[in-house]
Design a protein around this ligand. Structure first.
Ligand code: ATP
Ligand code: MG
Length: 627
């Protein structure tokens, strides 16, 4: 499988260019398909067209997405739409050889012995047929899998020789049309492609788009591309026309309605007047970041139809079920108007996008961006593509929502009408987190002083709980201390909460620990848990709201350590800093934990990923149990 060029190689090539504009053109050349990759895809498609036509008479295979939208990147996936509009039946008797193959397939025995009326079949059934044909009759294709439960059901496959991954869908005419729209944008102005490549690559490297480790909801490439198009619609003079303008220019053939949405726009780029804007790519790229660094994402909807950002309030349509789902970033699909293309983004990714745009913008104002370095330093767009360092990854945050039901009747009563219930909850969460890290996961934690940290300065610095014994004995004390059920009770219900023995310097609603991780307690944990579940105590282990779940998880860790031989290690695998704090602002009751790796380690992302689910769940159980 073709690997994309890595950062070092890319850096070396781009730093040799004469200026930023040349760098951007080079990037395009390096990333776009080679001739051989393009022809491989074309060949594969015509092969599929041939085979599918035998079974689905009149069908058409239409490519969409990055293979054809002019933003192709070597090795990108291949998105195909199987158009069955003119196909009434599935013909089991398509090809002699294939026929017997298919009929002998026991898995789909009853479905394929005779012709099938597609009009009465469900999309899932049709996709299963597509999968069978693909598997049995298209040579060189393997790992065929129908994924019928996804938001957009597809059949996935891999082309063996090239490693190329592909998706076939049957309900995606809108995507074919919006691909046409992106193609049109590229042909209207030649600055579109280099800019989109640069922004896509920046977003990928900064982990804002794509899905590198399955690490949370990120923007997809389509959304990123729309952000560039919108930006170009908003230059003065404009570089790209609005979608409404393209609709006005449309002629007979261009008219098109899909799923009730008007997808009409001029298809012929030569009929769009060339832009009078002559800005350089270098200026445009810098201003792209400037626009989005300062953008009011949450309060506005980005409309490519109008080429304007409109206040969200204009899009609230109480009488219509077709309204946008608002989120931290709102990009209205230019055709399916009720669809927020960035609707999958969470608060955190939204903020990260803005922060990274701001950083990129600041960098683009520096001389280092604009001028070639003659000392061999990194310059120009290269720095924008620097992968995130562990420091940039911060904040790696996990959130623990306030949950009244986790508190006992007594605590609830005592909190009645109280304003500092956030603090009371926060104290409980802190105890719980420490318990989970130490007793359940067997990490060693000690409180950290905030020296050298700017949050520690200032007059409002208050040392709520000072525990100066930062030695081994101290650790033990925390361990046992946090197990004492009476402590949590002490905390609740008093007007001046007892100082928690959290073993850290405590600033206004902030506690920090240094945690050493000794074992990979997240690797194979589920399997180990299953093994223990099968043990005689099965009955009480299986109820998910069972208070014994903490003990069980502790046993899981113990068992994992035993499996490793309980060896005493000279040093931990790695260390992290945990900062636990309340989100500022009234009305926000969440507790947030920021986890920062203290060493570069490839283990951190998986560890953090595990904590993200594990800690909030266990914290809630701990509080339920002890309160
Ligand atoms: P890449 O595969 O390199 O990430 P892509 O453009 O092919 O880029 P995919 O996620 O594979 O991105 O999506 C394929 C196509 O499906 C897009 O080009 C677009 O036409 C359509 N599409 C994807 N996501 C959306 C969306 N949220 N709303 C509307 N159409 C979308
Ligand atoms: Mg794709």
């Amino acid at each position: 499988k073709k690997q994309l060029i890595n950062f070092e190689e890319l850096s070396q090539i781009l730093c040799g260019a004469a200026d930023v504009d040349e760098q951007l053109q080079q990037l395009l050349q390096l990333f776009q398909f080679s001739d051989s990759e393009r022809s491989l895809r074309e060949l594969l498609m015509s092969l599929m067209q041939e085979v599918f036509s035998e079974f689905f008479p009149g069908c058409k295979i239409l490519p969409f997405g990055s293979s054809v939208n002019t933003f192709d990147v070597r090795g990108c996936d291949m998105d195909l739409f199987l158009d069955l509009e003119n196909t009434k039946t599935f013909q089991a008797t398509g090809v002699q050889g294939a026929e017997s193959d298919i009929q002998s397939d026991t898995r789909s025995e009853d479905s394929i012995l005779s012709d099938i009326d597609l009009e009465t079949s469900t999309p899932a059934e049709i996709l299963e047929l597509v999968a069978t044909v693909l598997q049995k009759c298209v040579p060189g294709v393997h790992k065929v899998q129908a994924v019928t439960t996804a938001r957009l059901p597809v059949v996935k496959f891999i082309h063996k020789e090239s490693g190329l991954q592909g998706d076939i869908s049957i309900n995606n005419r809108l995507a074919v049309r919006n691909t046409k729209f992106l193609q049109l944008c590229s042909s209207v102005d030649q600055r579109v492609r280099p800019l989109v490549y640069a922004v896509r690559h920046w977003a990928k490297q900064k982990q804002l788009a794509g899905n590198p480790f399955g690490g949370g909801p990120l923007l997809n490439n389509y959304a990123v591309t729309l952000l560039v198009v919108f930006f170009l619609q908003n230059r003065t003079p404009a570089i790209l026309p609005t979608v409404n303008h393209l609709k006005e220019l449309a002629e007979g053939e261009d008219h098109c309605i899909i799923d009730g949405w008007d997808c009409t726009f001029l298809n012929d780029p030569s009929k769009v007047d060339a832009s009078e804007n002559s800005e350089s790519l270098c200026v445009l790229l810098a201003d792209f970041f400037k626009l989005y660094a300062q953008f009011d994402f949450a309060g506005t909807v980005i409309s490519l139809r109008e080429g304007k950002a409109r206040p969200v309030t204009e899009f609230i349509k109480p009488d219509s079920h077709r309204h946008l789902k608002f989120g931290p970033i709102n990009i209205q699909d230019p055709f399916e108007l009720s669809h927020n293309v960035a609707g999958n983004i969470n608060e955190r990714s939204g903020q990260r996008f803005k922060r990274q745009s701001d950083e990129a913008f600041k960098y683009c104002r520096s001389l280092q961006f604009q001028r070639k370095s003659n000392k061999g330093k990194m310059w120009g767009i290269v720095r924008l593509f620097q992968p995130l360092s562990s420091a940039d990854c911060s904040p790696n945050v996990l959130t623990i929502p306030f949950k009244l039901s986790a508190l006992s009747e007594q605590t609830r009563k005592s909190l009645h009408g109280s304003l500092d219930f956030r603090e009371v909850w926060f104290d409980k969460v802190c105890h719980a987190v420490l318990y989970v890290m130490e007793s359940v996961l067997k990490c060693s934690c000690f409180g950290q002083s905030g020296e050298g940290d700017d949050t520690a300065g200032g007059a409002d610095r208050s040392l709520d709980a000072v525990d100066e014994k930062e030695d081994e004995g101290f650790e033990e004390e925390i361990c046992s201390g946090s197990k004492r059920p009476c402590e949590a009770e002490e905390l609740a219900g008093t007007s001046a909460p007892k100082k928690p023995r959290l073993g850290g310097l405590r600033y206004q609603g902030e506690v920090r620990w240094h945690c050493s991780v000794w074992n990979k307690v997240w690797v194979g944990r589920r399997k180990m848990r299953r093994q223990l579940y099968r043990s005689p105590n099965k009955a009480d282990a299986e109820t998910s709201d069972n208070p014994g779940i903490l003990d069980l998880e502790e046993k899981v860790t113990d068992a994992m350590l035993r499996q490793e031989g309980n060896e005493v290690k000279p040093s931990p695998l790695f260390e992290v800093q945990l900062v636990v704090f309340l989100v500022g602002g009234n009305g926000d009751t969440r507790t947030v934990i920021r986890v920062t790796p203290l060493q570069q380690t490839a283990l951190f992302p998986e560890f953090f990923h595990f904590l993200q689910l594990f800690v909030p769940k266990m914290t809630e159980k701990y509080i339920e149990r002890l309160d």
